[in-house]
Design a protein around this ligand. Structure first.
Ligand code: NAD
Length: 256
């Protein structure tokens, strides 16, 4: 590997925390950062899944059971990472869940549950890690948003509101923390073949056909497509990129 390339993309000596890192896009992001040399810390609520993921990744992979919707868990996680590694270079706010219901059927509990994980959870976890990043004068914070933030997807009102809110957070945080060398960006994945995508489309073939008809590449993406995008935004290669959104969607956003 050429020295210049290594300088731009190596994550050696860096510590990355990925929420919802035991499955789907989170695990793919962990794989890409780990492949580039990072120490990865996967978090989520299901210990067995996290354990299996770490076993597969091997050295430089650890996990912490943690629920991003609980403030106490977020604070404890930040403390644990600081105590164990003494630094945090990349925070990936990826944990998520889905509620698919017509507008009239969406309850306050459904809505609150979605906000708690996607929006409030990612905000308060970010807040918990900021002092460490400010002290280091460096860091890359990623928010995994969705096409639902920019397109009129049906039956996912709460999810769309949360994912759109994330883009507001990215802009606001970037404005506030970039002066300390901390970059804040979003990835906007199109439809990627993960358990969450299958749950949303397996029982709804018409929705699946609609998505594919609107996607110039006419297929769902692979989790590693998001993994490599995350590596770019985490690595020194993107050192002047902050406050932005990287769309990875097989052309869905420009599809006719
Ligand atoms: P997934 O269900 O495989 O992964 C979500 C992960 O988040 C799971 O491991 C789950 O256990 C974890 N999680 C849920 N609630 C949590 C909580 N309170 N605390 C900690 N962890 C929690 O789904 P995925 O498709 O990999 O989704 C990952 C992210 O990507 C989500 O934010 C999702 O909204 C977003 N996204 C996915 C797609 C897609 O097509 N798959 C498209 C756009 C955006």
């Amino acid at each position: 590997m050429n020295h210049l390339f290594e300088q731009a993309f190596s994550m050696q000596g860096r510590v990355a925390l990925i929420t919802g890192g035991g499955s789907g896009l989170g695990l793919a992001i962990a794989r890409s950062l780990h492949a580039a040399g990072a120490q990865v810390v996967l978090t989520g609520r299901r210990e067995e899944l996290l354990q299996e993921a770490c076993k597969e990744l091997g050295e430089r992979a650890a996990y912490e059971v943690s629920d991003v919707s609980l403030d106490a868990d977020c604070k404890a996680l930040a403390k644990k990472v600081l105590d164990t590694y003494g630094r945090i270079d990349v925070l990936v706010n990826n944990a998520g869940k889905h509620v698919k219901k017509p507008v009239e059927q969406l309850t306050r509990e459904d809505f609150q549950g979605i906000l708690d994980v996607h929006l409030l959870g990612s905000f308060f976890l970010t807040q918990a890690f900021l002092p460490m990043m400010r002290a280091q004068k460096s860091g890359s914070i990623l928010f995994i948003s969705s096409m639902a933030a920019t397109n009129a997807l049906t039956q996912v009102a709460a999810y769309s509101a949360a994912k759109t809110g994330m883009l507001g957070l990215v802009r606001s945080l970037a404005g506030e923390v970039s002066i300390d060398g901390i970059r804040v960006n979003a990835i906007l994945p199109g439809f990627i073949d993960t358990p969450m995508f299958r749950k949303a489309t397996d029982t709804d073939p018409a929705r699946y056909q609609k998505i594919m008809g609107h996607t110039p590449m006419a297929r769902a993406g692979q989790p590693m497509d998001i993994g490599w995008a995350a590596l770019y935004l985490a690595a020194p290669a993107s050192q002047f990129v902050t406050g932005t959104t990287l769309v990875v969607d097989g052309g869905f956003s420009v599809g006719f």
